[in-house]
Write a protein that binds this ligand. Sequence first.
Ligand SMILES: [Zn+2]
Length: 430
Amino acid sequence: MCSRLLALILVLSVITLHSQNLIDSSQREIVFTSVNVIPMDREQVLENQMVLVKNGLVSAIGKNIKYSKEALVIDAKGKYLMPGLAEMHAHVPPNDNLESHKEVLFLFAANGITTIRGMLGHPSHLTLRAKINSGEVLGPRFYTTGPSFNGLSVKTAERGSEMVREQKAAGYDYLNLHPGLTKETFGAISTTANEIRIPFVGHVAFGVGVWRAIDAGYSSIDHMDGFVEAMVPGIESMVEQKAGLFGMFVADKADESVIPKLMKELKDKNIWVVPTQSLADRWFDSAFTPEVFLADPDSKYMNKQIVDQWIDSKKNLMANPQYDAAKIENFIKLRRKLIYECQKNGVGLLLGCDAPQIFNVPGFSTHNELKYLVDAGLTPYEALQTGTVNVAKYLKLTNAGTIRPGAVADLLLMDGNPLADITNSKKWLV
Ligand SMILES: [Zn+2]
């Protein structure tokens, strides 16, 4: 436990280097020596390198680099350095309590998660983003959606359009859509959003359906929401509760011959997908019991009250008369197949796991999601791409997601090679 905390703090001290004002020594050069670099612009390990960081940027990589006498030298012999990971479906508590924000941000940052996208925005998150940017609050680079668009917050098309304009004016990065929107309210929201150019992301409401969502031009569809439903014949005449969350109760009726059309439309419309498979594997699967979670050292980093709520959510799901463990197992397999098909067909995948949500501890769970992506058939390199280069491409950043001269020095130092075994991404420096 102690060494783990120490590891967290050490990682933190490395990743905070990108923050200009946070520590006085931010101007100080940092040099990693004898380190194995995973640059992520190609599937290769550059062995035994020196990496020099200056002013928050990687300034040189090589065998013999000159650096100043005052430089902080990190002996990284035998360790592996890769770009920090992004968590594209994170949650920062939607309240005014800065301390609760800091707790979550710390867990992400300490795990080498150097960018997050908050998926349930709150006005306080705009201030939080500014504080992170100025270095006043320690945390990953922070993108945020605005408050939720859902059946309760948007009752009319007019209100939908109005909220889009309000959130754009307030300065949110994305709009976040949730269940309960209708064809009419969704139509108004997406039309206005496209008109004034603010991307919309998140859930696909049951009444909207994935085809309409794709047509309207989601920036990212999260949870693969609506995918399974779109494969079920006659879904239009079904009620949402019967289908279950993400179509879990009707997945046995899914017609897999729809998959190629789904993939083609997603690709043609350049819609990104954040699978959050961790949620399915941990919350939905009967084999992942509360006992399994509590036996995991990660669980110690969540407060008991939240863990108790998670346990209740699991119990509630499994007590649903429609819950059939074997069928859910097949639903989870179908989701794996959909992830694999996205990768195979060139649909952009982004790393995200919906923490802190049921049995997903911020930061730790992003690493778990990498493993779930590999379980779905991605190679470790492809899985790592979803949290690095893919995110840079999605965010249109030319100097992020890779390790090369000129790139931002958002870095993660590990004890093992994640290309050889993806669970090594979770092994931090000690
Ligand atoms: Zn979420």
